[in-house]
Design a protein around this ligand. Sequence first.
Ligand code: HPA
Length: 243
Amino acid sequence: MLAIIGGRGLNHLPNLEVTHRQVIRTPYGDPSCPLTYGRIGGTGVVFMARHGYGHSFAPHEINYRANLWALHSQGVQCVLAVGAVGGIRADLVPGTLVLPDDLIDYTWGRKHTYFDGPDQPVVHADFTRPYCPQLRARLLAAAGKLGVPLATGATYGVTQGPRLETRAEVARLERDGCDVVGMTGMPEAALARELKLPYAHLCLVVNHAAGKGASQEAVAFDLVRLSAGMDTVGQLIEAVCRG
Ligand code: HPA
């Protein structure tokens, strides 16, 4: 069974044949939403809307531990996360799909580990490669089959939000080696790793990061591109499921 975590612009999967929904409780509190179960082709799929249905949780308010725990408790084999990002690298313009192969975490104050508290063991999960190479390869193969351009070799900088960045902050992210910037990539990826769940993050660029692109003024989300890009994401997910 494949889990999909949908972000901004993807709070349901149009091509999912839904069988049922279920409210899951976890030792870490409530996940963002009930889980939606169904099938795409021969593959069982569980879908979760990261921000809740109706986009009610800001990135720093999401209970990432409950979300990942809920998916893990359902026996999913891997997690494909989807998220909107700002483009830093010049070629990663709005509308581009990106499959990062690395990340830098700038978030703070989020509950970011299951190995917390007096009765928990001290565990240092390996995170050399935060994203699962096999799941990434499946996505790249699906994109190749569909003829959908999918940029790779990118580093995802994860900021705290909910505000967007300053130009100086984006310049620093760039110096650090970040190619895209978003707010929800962590601790999600690390918690998946602690649970030994293979995880990849498919990103859609919806704006030039602050100070990038032709306009040096306020960041503008491209909602038309968001909607068109998420349609393509749906097709990619379907191709992965039909593999
Ligand atoms: N910065 C941070 N998060 C984002 C952005 C951005 O420019 N665009 C979409 N999510």
